[in-house]
Design a protein around this ligand. Structure first.
Ligand code: CO8
Length: 261
C-alpha cells in the first residue's frame, strides 16, 4: 500500500499564484514530527524558487491545524537526539521562506502547531479554532518560538499566562489579543485564507516579499536572541524527570505527577 503523504501540495483552484499546503497526519491531529517538518521546509524552499507562486497558504484539517510537536516522537528523545534531529533546524528554514505565508487554522492549534501558525505571516482562523501553548503540562516549554512570537503578538501579560498555565483560548479571545488577522465561520476559513493570499499574490511580487521581510525586521534582533535562549531552556528540560513523566502521562492518558527534578 502506498504510504500516505505527510504534506499535500497543490495550487488553489482558479489561482495558480497561490500554493496550498495541507498538513496530513489526521490520526495524530497533525502532530509535527521531524519528517513532516523537513518536508514542509523542503516544499517552501521549492516554492520560493517557483516564480509562478506568489503566496502560500498552510492549513490542516477542520479538527486540527496541528496539536503540537509529536509527543510520541519526543517522549523517548534526549536533548542530544533533539539537537541531532534538528540539524539543520527545519523551523529556521520555514521562518526563512521569502514568500508570504497565510495560515488557515481550524480546530486545535496547540504547542508546535501554534508556533508554526505564528511563523506564518498572517493567520486566518475559523470561529472554532483553539489556541494554546500546553507544553507546561508535559514538563517542558515551547521550543520553536512560542515564548517569543506569542509575546511579541499578545504582550507579556497574556503570553505569560498562556505559557505558564497551558490554558487554551478561543479564536475570539485570540483575535482580541492581536494574534489573528481574521476570524471567519468554520465553513469559510480556507476559502478566506486563499482569498487573502490571492490578494497578496496580485501585488508586485518583489514588493510583497520585501514588505514581509521588512515587517519581520521590526522584532528581528530581539527575536533571534530570544529564540536561541528559548531553545536552550527547552533542551535543558529534556534532561528532567518531569519531562519524562509529563510525556509518559500523555501517552498513558493520565495526569502527570511532577516532582521538580
Ligand atoms: N503528539 C502526538 N500525538 C498526538 C498529539 C501530539 N502532540 N496530539 C494528539 N495526538 C494523538 C493522540 O495521542 C491520539 O492518538 P491515539 O488515537 O493513538 O491515542 C490522537 O492524536 C487523537 O488525540 P486525542 O484522542 O487526545 O483527541 P482529543 O480530542 O481527546 O484531545 C487534544 C485533543 C486536547 C488536542 C489532545 O490530543 C492533546 O492534549 N494533545 C496534545 C497537545 C499538546 O500537549 N501539544 C504540545 C506538544 S509539545 C510541543 O508542541 C513542543 C514543540 C516544540 C517544537 C519542537 C518540535 C519538534
Amino acid at each position: 500500500m502506498a504510504e500516505e503523504k505527510l504534506l499535500l501540495a497543490e495550487r488553489a483552484e482558479g489561482d495558480p499564484a497561490v500554493a496550498v499546503l495541507t498538513l496530513n497526519r489526521p490520526k495524530a491531529l497533525n502532530a509535527l514530527n521531524a519528517a513532516l517538518l523537513g518536508e514542509l521546509a523542503d516544499t517552501l524552499e521549492a516554492l520560493d524558487a517557483d516564480d509562478e507562486v506568489r503566496c502560500v497558504v498552510l492549513t490542516g484539517s477542520e479538527r486540527a491545524f496541528a496539536a503540537g510537536g509529536d509527543i510520541k516522537q519526543m517522549s523517548d528523545s534526549t536533548a542530544a537526539e533533539m539537537v541531532k534531529r534538528e540539524s539543520p533546524n527545519p523551523w529556521k528554514r520555514i521562518a526563512a521562506a521569502r514568500k508570504p505565508l497565510v495560515a488557515a487554522v481550524s480546530g486545535f492549534c496547540l504547542g508546535g502547531g501554534l508556533e508554526l501558525a505564528m511563523t506564518c505571516d498572517m493567520i486566518v482562523a475559523s470561529e472554532t479554532a483553539r489556541f494554546g501553548q500546553p507544553e507546561i503540562s508535559l514538563g517542558i516549554i515551547p521550543g520553536a518560538g512560542g515564548t517569543q512570537r506569542l509575546t511579541h503578538a499578545v504582550g507579556k501579560a497574556r503570553a505569560m499566562e498562556l505559557v505558564l498555565t497551558g490554558r487554551q483560548i478561543s479564536a475570539a479571545e485570540a483575535f482580541d489579543a492581536g494574534l489573528l488577522t481574521r476570524v471567519v465561520p468554520e465553513a469559510d476559513y480556507l476559502s478566506e485564507a486563499v482569498a487573502l493570499a490571492g490578494e497578496v499574490a496580485r501585488q508586485a511580487p518583489l514588493a510583497a516579499q520585501l514588505g514581509k521581510d521588512a515587517v519581520l525586521k521590526a522584532h528581528a534582533s530581539l527575536l533571534e536572541v530570544g529564540l536561541d535562549y528559548e531553545r536552550r531552556n527547552f533542551l535543558v528540560l529534556f534532561s528532567t524527570e518531569d519531562k519524562a513523566e509529563g510525556m509518559a502521562a500523555f501517552k498513558e492518558k493520565r495526569k502527570p505527577e511532577f516532582k521538580g527534578r
